[in-house]
Design a protein around this ligand. Structure first.
Ligand SMILES: C[S@@+](CC[C@H](N)C(=O)[O-])C[C@H]1O[C@@H](n2cnc3c(N)ncnc32)[C@H](O)[C@@H]1O
Length: 420
């Protein structure tokens, strides 16, 4: 008979996988124990682990005076979880009891249940008052150092505040953003996205089943918007899944080919097309091997995803920057291949959800040097704020932009024009 599990126990298991095994939360939310959890408990486990990771530095600061030496990983993660809950309004009795139970149930950690009980009782008394005074958690050094070099310390501090604040829910309307904003009582952003500050369960929102909208961060919706009128154009979405940009292009009347190397991710794209009643040709394959001829190509290249930390605070803890140089090489190869698939005079939108200039500005500068005649088209949309523009002609978006509205994902995008 499998042991029953709880949201807290699974949150601790998620923390162990992210912090101990370098797995992303999205990779870790599988397995028999996870499957046994009821959907609301899965959501609770995900939220608990996400908040602990977002506040990891704070949890460790509160715990430090109560620990003479670092306890084993499981005990440490239970203490971090308990600390976050106790410092943010969790009821002491329930939190402490269950944390003790989680440790008791583990053969190797069992002997430390007394310590967990004693430490969390102290945290329950002293932690909440301390919590509000703690500094905003900093990014790990592997990311903080290069970002400080690129954007300056002050900007990184502002980004860290945005990471701590988390992200509202942004939607892209299939047809009428104004009507959607009114219907959901959301904010119509200048770019055309609709923002909800408190959304609850996404699939329960009006219009979800009818496919009237899809979830897409406001920054992520901008690359396709830069293309303006695309009705009837042959558009290739070269790294398309799960399909936010494919949906935008199809809704705008383009003849879209959506290509991705991942069948599993394309299955989500297919579901999104079905739900919204939009259509696109779907191709499973490697972008570098695709052939064809297109008026427009949108290349949302695989990248470090460091622009999405507001929503994925696990990322800087699970990864230490490994694999980024390979991604940078792949992005350059994809730009070169995409240019070969474009008709003369055709446009390539290159974008990444990264904060690292090597995956953005530098890619465009280097592509211009490699391809004589290639030009950058300065986007002219009236919603573009002057400080978003970067030197080589692209747009640099950061999580600390629009702070008063709730921020945006970090993104880079540029429109390249092939010589006619
Ligand atoms: C940033 S995501 C794309 C997000 C998507 N454009 C959207 O808006 O929903 C990058 C995608 O690149 C895909 N990918 C990675 N390597 C690839 C390759 N060699 N060829 C095609 N797709 C690839 C990944 O499977 C992933 O879905």
């Amino acid at each position: 008979m499998p042991q029953p599990t709880t949201a807290r126990a699974q949150a601790v298991a998620l923390l162990g996988q992210v912090l101990g095994q370098g797995r992303l939360m999205s990779e870790a939310m599988t397995g028999p124990a996870w499957e046994r959890l009821a959907p609301p408990d899965r959501a609770a486990a995900q939220r608990l682990a996400t908040e602990v990771l977002r506040n990891l530095d704070r949890c460790d600061r509160v715990l430090r005076p109560h620990l003479r030496k670092a306890p084993p990983a499981l005990v440490r993660n239970v203490l971090r979880l308990g600390t976050w809950e106790l410092c943010t309004g969790g009821a002491a009795h329930g939190v402490v009891n269950e944390c003790v139970q989680i440790v008791s149930a583990d053969r190797r950690a069992n002997s430390m249940k007394g310590l967990v009980n004693a430490v969390l009782r102290r945290v329950a008394e002293e932690g909440p008052a301390q919590w509000a005074k703690l500094r905003v958690p900093r990014l790990p050094r592997w990311l903080r150092d290069p970002l400080s070099a690129a954007w300056g310390r002050e900007a990184v501090t502002a980004m860290e505040a945005a990471h701590l604040a988390g992200a509202p829910l942004d939607l892209t309307a299939r047809s009428d953003p104004q009507a959607l904003a009114a219907r959901l009582e959301g904010e119509l952003l200048p770019t055309g996205s609709v923002r909800l500050q408190e959304a609850g369960q996404v699939s329960a929102l009006p219009g979800y089943a009818e496919g009237d909208w899809w979830v897409q961060d406001a920054a992520a919706a901008m690359p396709a918007r830069l293309l303006g009128e695309v009705t009837g154009l042959r558009v290739l979405d070269l790294c398309a899944a799960p399909g936010g940009k494919t949906l935008q292009l199809a809704a705008a009347g383009a003849r879209v080919t959506a290509l991705d190397i991942s069948d599993a991710r394309l299955a989500r794209l297919r579901q999104n097309l079905e739900r919204t009643g939009l259509s696109a040709e779907i191709v499973t394959g490697d972008a570098l091997e695709h052939t064809g001829n297109y008026d427009v190509i949108l290349l949302d290249a695989p990248c470090s995803a460091t622009g999405t930390i507001r929503r994925h605070p696990d990322l800087p803890h699970a990864r230490q920057g490994e694999g980024i140089s390979e991604l940078i090489e792949l992005q350059a190869a994809m730009i070169d291949h995409a240019l070969g698939l474009l008709a003369p005079g055709g446009r390539l939108v290159f974008c990444t959800c990264s904060l690292i200039p090597d995956e953005g500005e530098c890619q465009v500068e280097e592509a211009l040097a490699r391809h004589p005649g290639l030009a950058v088209q300065q986007p002219g949309a009236d919603w573009i704020e002057p400080h978003w523009r970067s030197e080589e002609g692209g747009l640099r978006l950061r999580p600390d932009f629009w702070a008063e509205r709730g921020g945006m994902d970090g993104f880079y995008m540029a429109v390249l024009v092939k010589p006619a």
